[in-house]
Design a protein around this ligand. Structure first.
Ligand code: 13P
Ligand code: 13P
Ligand code: MG
Ligand code: MG
Ligand code: MG
Ligand code: MG
Length: 366
């Protein structure tokens, strides 16, 4: 039997400001998803948040892009907006719901989606990652390390089923095109693209030996849908682990380096991506720094056993300390690049309005 994992998320209003969700959001989501489990629409679910983004992890047998599953998520977001965010005047009530009407699929409407369908293995460790105050390209470096770098993932060398490598699907978010590249043969081509994470984003990864799906990520760019700044896209990622895929610890190893990502304050800054526990999944300093949570489950007939709060561990203390040091260093640059993002990325913020006002003041230079 094929199981589908659907992780659908949205920012439907934060408190105080963009720091975290309201507890009522999660309560309402749990109630609605429990009802859907009762009716058999979904097999199982787990509701959580990172920062101001509400995360709905669902398992079912209806395949990817299923209109009923997408409608369930959309309805949760709309109801939580109407019943909680709006009456409590939460910040940015319904922020990521960019459309008034649902038309069968939440893709393109604002919420982020990561979905994969597969035949459950004899044992199916499933890892789920969700970040706040950054963009989908933030996963590029992590996914490269997990699925293409033998210095991160010993299994690429040792495990015969992984030894052939993986296929990466990369999306060009500007041209709306996709390309599939093979690792290790086309590593340098892959890096030539994904080193520009604001434009080229890894959407999906398959094991080359049998085309089995290994990972899938959300690729929403809200500013490209709305044509203006509406917060960051705060991405999600689902990864299958062990037995022909990277071990859980090999996946987590990629998160030990708090690399620099775009996002943070007003979606306009570069900062370190900090792995935290569910307890610390709120963005505070300068609305950040950008952070992520990782949850580990064992699937059994589509049921989610878990989660293990993967970064709730002293082994990641050093990473957090380093991230804090990098945050301190980057902050000292104030409004200067490269802490503040470059002109192309700032195009969708409110900075162009300020620059426009100054235009008339310019006179020909002597
Ligand atoms: P255990 O002996 O603890 O199961 O370890 C197996 C392993 O492969 C760890 O990466
Ligand atoms: P979010 O996308 O998390 O709402 O971030 C918006 C923002 O401007 C943070 O300063
Ligand atoms: Mg927000
Ligand atoms: Mg957010
Ligand atoms: Mg956002
Ligand atoms: Mg063991």
């Amino acid at each position: 039997m094929k199981i589908t994992v659907s992780l659908i998320k949205a920012d439907i209003g934060g408190m105080a400001g963009h720091i975290t969700v309201h507890p009522g959001h999660e309560e309402l989501a749990k109630k609605k998803l429990a009802e859907a489990k009762e009716t058999g629409l979904i097999r199982d679910f787990y509701v959580f948040h990172v920062g101001d983004d509400l995360q709905l992890l669902m398992t079912h047998t209806r395949g990817e892009n299923n209109p009923e599953i997408h409608k369930l998520a959309w309805d949760v977001f709309v109801e939580a907006t109407e019943k909680i965010s709006k009456p409590l005047k939460l910040y940015g009530a319904g922020q990521d719901l960019l459309s008034d009407t649902f038309s069968g699929n939440v893709r393109g409407l604002g919420p982020g989606v990561a979905e994969m369908e597969f035949e459950e293995r004899r044992s199916e460790p499933l890892l789920v990652f969700a970040a706040d105050k950054t963009e989908p390209g933030a996963w590029n470096l992590k996914l490269y390390k997990i699925f293409a770098d033998p210095f991160n993932t010993a299994g690429l060398v040792i495990d015969p089923t992984m030894h052939e490598g993986f296929i990466f699907e990369v999306l060009d978010l500007i041209e709306h095109k996709a390309v599939k590249l093979k690792a290790p043969e086309e590593l340098y081509d892959l890096l030539a693209l994904i080193g520009t994470p604001g434009r080229y984003v890894i959407r999906r990864i398959w094991r080359k030996s049998d085309n089995e799906v290994a990972a899938t990520a959300s690729v929403t760019r809200l500013s490209l849908i709305a044509g203006r700044y509406v917060g960051k896209d705060d991405p999600v990622l689902v990864v299958r682990a062990q037995h022909g895929f990277p071990a859980t610890g090999e996946v987590l190893e990629a998160f030990a380096f708090p690399h620099l990502v775009s996002g943070w304050m007003r979606g306009s800054h570069t900062g370190p991506l900090m792995p935290v526990s569910l307890r610390d999944a709120k963005c505070t300093r300068f609305d950040g720094p950008p952070r992520l949570v990782g949850l580990g489950f064992q699937l059994h007939d589509g049921y989610l056993e878990g989660p293990v709060d993967l970064f709730d561990d002293p082994a990641f203390e050093h990473t957090r300390r380093l991230a804090t040091e990098i945050a301190e260093y980057m902050r000292r640059h104030g409004p200067f690049m490269p802490h503040r993002l470059g002109p192309e990325e700032m195009e969708y913020t409110t900075l162009p309005q300020v620059l426009k006002k100054l235009q008339d003041r310019f006179v020909p230079a002597e």
